[in-house]
Design a protein around this ligand. Structure first.
Ligand SMILES: Cc1cc2nc3c(=O)[nH]c(=O)nc-3n(C[C@H](O)[C@H](O)[C@H](O)COP(=O)(O)O)c2cc1C
Length: 397
């Protein structure tokens, strides 16, 4: 089952009698991991209460294009940008017709014009209304513009008619929403990603590590899964939820990470080294807790294995992609890393900028190969990861 983890879904509820099912749709979208906000049309509000939708979504329900407070900050544009997907369920014949003509006379239709999000339409109406040439033509036009239609079901209707027009089941609408994010860019590929920080012990209670959160690596894991890849993760210390659709191995230090990578690398088509591996580790680990009885203390460090270089030197090496977290001479250092390690691409990020990089939810990167050097502008790590997967599939596969 595809997931909606980290996805913002805007549910538009319009004036169909099936609107009473919309709180259940909110729940089913949440079950798949989505953050859900609701826009209710005036017609929709005749069939379901704003209060119910607010309670289940745990967010204010938006129902007014002319809301003075929301529009202080251009609320309709903000919502249009917030959404990764807009689901109109139920979609009335009237709302479908308005979308078709690009009308923008309420919040929902205005949002649709202002968004770049994926759109799913779940029609629900009397079978005669659904089968009418106008509605059928309108749906074809919306489909030709890239909107996805969640086909209604056949059955007994609220008015007593029997026919096609019953709203698709809420679980099916949620599943079809998750499918919007599925693509085939990495279909059939095995991808291994290392992520998180390594922890190098000094004594039984102390260690050397770094600030890596694993957020960028986990976002890449999700993007690769959604692009159809089978994903293997080798995970150090992280502060982010694990992508449950990937196979995961958990490690502590660089040596363990190298062993876990080597154990499975022969099956991989792509290797992405996103982990912040400590360059050095203590030469020896003190058996007992080091006492505070000296004024100064030195710890001898020895070099850790370079996992990315190791993989790059394999005879049947997979496509190798490394991360360069730099603070100065960014492009120059990244180009050198690409050459010296012999990898196929480097993803460069400037970790001196607190707004992006290590612990942040946002990032801005350069995707660098021998032939290309492209900037991916500042965005959430989720979006950056999706864009990187497109770059990887376009330039390296
Ligand atoms: C009792 C009742 C039930 C209705 N059920 C539906 C319906 O299931 N599907 C539909 O497309 N329209 C239905 N309508 C008509 C819409 O509510 C009407 O076209 C309204 O203008 C839609 O507004 P909206 O698209 O802005 O939400 C119904 C109207 C009434 C009075």
């Amino acid at each position: 089952m595809n997931s909606l983890t980290n996805k913002n879904v805007l549910l538009g509820v319009s004036g169909s009698i099936a609107a009473y099912k919309s709180p259940d749709i909110v729940r089913r979208l949440q079950d798949l991991g989505a953050e859900v906000r609701v826009v209710l049309t005036a017609g929709g509000a005749e069939f379901v209460s704003e209060r119910s939708l607010q309670a289940v979504s745990k967010n204010k329900v938006n129902n007014n294009l002319w809301d003075k407070e929301a529009e202080l900050s251009m609320g309709h544009i903000e919502l249009a940008k917030w959404a990764d997907a807009i689901v109109i369920a139920p979609a009335s014949a009237n709302t479908i017709a308005k979308l078709c003509h690009g009308k923008a006379d309420d919040l929902l239709t205005t949002l649709i014009l202002a968004t770049t999000a994926k759109v799913l339409i779940a029609p629900a109406m009397n079978q005669q209304m659904y089968g009418s040439m106008a509605t059928q033509d309108n749906l074809k036009i919306l489909e030709s513009r890239g909107m996805v239609i969640a086909k209604p079901e056949f059955g007994v209707q609220a008015c007593g008619d029997i026919g096609e027009g019953r709203l698709a089941e809420p679980t099916s609408i949620a599943a079809q929403t998750a499918n919007l994010f599925q693509n085939t860019q990495l279909s059939g590929k095995n991808v291994m990603i290392t992520l998180g920080a390594t922890i190098e012990a000094i004594d039984p209670v102390r260690f050397i590590s770094n600030h890596s959160s694993g957020k960028m690596g986990m976002a890449l894991a999700t993007a690769c899964v959604e692009a159809g890849a089978t994903v293997n993760l080798v995970i150090g210390a992280i502060s982010v939820a694990v992508e449950s659709r990937a196979e995961s191995v958990f490690v502590t230090n660089a040596d363990e990470m190298l062993k876990a990578v080597n154990a499975n690398i022969s099956k991989q088509d792509i290797f992405i080294s996103c982990a912040a591996v400590a360059d050095y580790r203590p030469a020896s680990i003190a058996k007992n807790k080091i006492k505070k009885d000296r004024e100064t203390l030195s710890i001898d460090l020895v070099k850790n294995p370079d996992i990315l270089s190791n993989v790059c030197q394999l005879k049947d090496k997979p496509i190798c992609i490394g991360f360069a977290a730099e603070t100065e001479n960014l492009l120059e250092n990244a180009q050198n890393k690409l050459k010296n390690k012999g990898c196929d691409a480097i993803i460069l990020n400037d970790v001196s900028n607190a707004k992006i990089g290590l612990k942040s939810d946002r990032n801005e990167v350069f995707f660098i190969t021998k032939k290309v050097c492209e900037k991916i502008e500042i965005n959430s790590k989720i979006i950056i990861a999706q864009k990187l997967v497109i770059k990887i599939s376009e330039t390296l596969i």
